[in-house]
Design a protein around this ligand. Structure first.
Ligand code: NAP
Length: 266
């Protein structure tokens, strides 16, 4: 079997470092190059912590893809860079696997249309942790029976977007299974703005940001005399890598846009 040729954007980041190790340690993956916004002309192995990663660093993805054979781009950067990279990769016929969160609905729509035009797969996964994907699926199932639900997502304090992509995706999946409903007392008033969290079709989403946390989410349902809590915790970033591997393998066979690993996990 030919190796899957991979470019990683954001290799020095917390997720990017794990992804570099995943690709280097997976027999049927080949790391071809990386894209950073600095260190043009250097090799990745010149940087601390990347012994053995003898691939060039580019600061521009288009330039990288002009000079590099690649099947898949893994992006783990920022929402602006991630969208630019996904667009550029597709324009070169390279399949994006994007873990970067914070894309708008318009961004997702644009990528879906481009994938159709190019007949190339693209996987956007707000959460690569397979346990988190199951948490979302179980929550969608529970939402059919419990109409009142709040999401509490908890992340490290360096996270840029709130609520998390996973929280939004969970709310979207539950919205498919439940009638929209204004929750809480109809006359409730916030005496401190934001106390009741963000509102998604009546479901409330609360974002906690603290050092020490990685990525955690609790979906809490309530009805007369009972509550049901579904919780997932990622304790380190290695927890995301089995999902990255699955996404890379799957995107090679896909000609479609996929948003969320739940759509490729049966
Ligand atoms: P991080 O540690 O801040 O890493 C981001 C990296 O991207 C940094 O090295 C940054 O460099 C680099 N970068 C910024 N702009 C760039 C550009 N234009 N081109 C290339 N590299 C660029 O963040 P992280 O924790 O790894 O998270 C990265 C993204 O993944 C975030 O959107 C986060 O929410 C998401 N995430 C997703 C999952 C999932 O399962 N899908 C899990 C965790 C995190 P500088 O530091 O020099 O700016």
């Amino acid at each position: 079997m030919d190796k899957i040729k991979i470019v990683i954007a954001g290799p020095r980041g917390r997720m990017g470092r794990e992804a570099v190790q995943l690709v280097l340690n997976t027999g049927h993956f080949a790391l071809q190059a990386v894209v950073d916004h600095k260190f043009e002309g250097k090799m990745l192995s010149d940087l601390d912590g990347f012994t053995g990663a003898d691939v060039p660093i580019y600061t521009d993805l288009a330039n990288c893809l002009e000079q590099t054979e690649a099947d898949v781009l893994i992006d783990l950067t920022t929402p602006e860079a991630g969208m630019h990279h996904a667009r550029t990769a597709l324009s070169y016929g390279v399949r994006p696997v994007v873990g970067t969160t914070g894309f708008s609905k318009e961004d997702l729509k644009e990528l879906e249309v481009t994938c159709r035009e190019k007949e190339k797969g693209c996987i956007i996964a707000p959460n690569f942790a397979l346990g988190a994907v199951l948490m979302m699926k179980f929550s969608q199932m529970a939402a059919r029976y419990f109409s009142d639900v709040e999401i509490i997502e908890l992340h490290h304090d360096q996270k840029l977007d709130a609520p998390s992509g996973t929280a939004v995706k969970t709310a979207e999946m539950m919205a498919e299974a439940r009638e929209a409903k204004e929750q809480g007392h109809p006359d409730e008033k916030e005496t401190l703005a934001g106390a009741r969290g963000a509102d998604y079709e009546g479901m409330r989403i609360h974002s906690v940001r603290l050092p020490g946390l990685i990525a955690h989410q609790q979906v809490m349902f309530g009805s007369d005399g009972q509550t049901l809590s579904i919780r997932h915790d990622s304790y380190n970033r290695a927890s995301f890598m089995s999902g990255v591997k699955l996404a890379v393998e799957t995107v090679m066979k896909a000609d479609l846009f996929v948003y969320g690993l739940e759509n490729i996990m049966e």
